[in-house]
Design a binder for this molecule. Sequence first.
Ligand code: ATP
Length: 524
Amino acid sequence: ELEADSVVELFRRRVAERPDAPQLHYFGTTLDRAEVDRLSDAFAAGLERRGVGAGDRVAIALQNTPVCVLAVLAVWKLGGTVVPVNPMYKERELAHLLTDSGARVLVAHPAARGVVAALPAGSTPGHVLYSRDGALAADLTGPWPDDADDDVLAIFKEGGAPRAPASPGPDDAALLSYTSGTTGPAKGAINLHRNLAYQVGACRTWIGLGDGDSILTVAPLFHITGLAMHLALGLGGGLPLVLTYRFDARTAAALVERYRPTFTIGSITAFIALLAEPATRDHDLSSLTKVLSGGAPVPAATVRRFADEFGVYIHNAYGLTETTSAAVAVPLGTRAPVDETSGALAIGVPLPSVHVEIRGDDGRPLPPGEVGELAIGGPQVAAGYWNKPEQTRAAFPEGTLLSGDVGFMDTAGWVYLVDRKKDMIVAAGYKIWPREVEDVLYEHPAVREAAVVGVPDPYRGETVRAFVSLRPGATATETELRDFCRARLAVYKAPAQVLIEDDLPKSVTGKILRRELRDAPVEP
Ligand code: ATP
């Protein structure tokens, strides 16, 4: 059952329990729960004066900073809905989110002034509040400096609290989380307050987080994993957040040493950078014992290497924006099994109260071992897409989410992911899942990252092309890597081409962008 209707309610309880417990750590500045409560009240009052009330949308385009956390909490305290925005967005992307959501206010860094000025007519929100966030962390506790370029500091100076504070109901919208829009215009998934409140409860009990635990914010706070598994879990679960501004391995390593966070969740590429790069070797990272990796495939070979070389076991976690982040994960302290036939590493078991079903093409549930689409039900499942009734009906039949991911379940209840439905390669009539080929490449000791895509081929329809980056100091040739795959895979699955790159393109959440690689021109 639900411990509270919303994260705001959970946070208010935490403040009452221990107002002086640290809540936010940011490069030398620490705010306790009472200060976070007071500053977010002031922020809420400022938003209220600009006409924000229950049901209104507020867009927030900030990095992982105290102001970002305070802004989100302030919107929720008014019963409003947060529209998280990637601060790197240019006018076309920002305009779509602002008009589609109908946001009343935008909170952004002054660096976005140019983008805001270039917004097409009609898409500028009523108010834009600029925050220099990063630079002025120490000022949040006062004394306040004079800074004409920082609207948010001015609001903090005014202080106060909203005249009409809200207690959001469980079915009110907490977030409109826009998907990155690979399949048409970005859609806003509606994450409800109860989705987040459940997630906090589920993660606390199941990850086993409590007194003494704290969170390193590896995922960006403008993406669902950062919002649910860092911000909501931190505020609602009474866990301090170590804010990173933007993920960078060297900075993160220094912050881990300084604040000793115990838990984090992020992309596997972030952990590869944090734990396996020479730049971070001289830092003490031993406090990080509860590490989850999600959002993208976690290769079995990488998990093994991290356990052997660095003594950190990386727990797989799987979820989508539409499931308010993690829905399936490897319970802490447990090792995920590897499927004998495919060599795939389990993504975990469904979180408490999550229900996963494998469905065939006819929509019927399939027995253990058979491959089909993952359908996910449970209290973390979003309410649908904002103003998109048809797409909502198609993706959420009877409130269950059709994930677009293909996988299977074993008799013990472990879930395995084969790949994304739309990334399947068909070469000369053979179906190939890029994931399986990537897993083989990751077995090669020189390979740091790998991505496999299907490219058009006049004879075979599609052919397999692999991109890899190498570990620092390691060497391997393209022919050697191709032969390595040929020795371990059926001939039709082995990449016809292996291309070694310095780095592979990634999304802001650290996901390797197969789509970009697929479309990249390659010299013959
Ligand atoms: P868009 O839908 O806009 O293209 P996206 O699919 O990247 O963006 P997210 O909700 O961030 O949107 O990502 C969810 C997807 O990430 C899942 O559908 C799945 O394909 C993949 N994924 C998440 N966790 C894992 C995991 N542990 N292993 C493999 N894949 C994962």
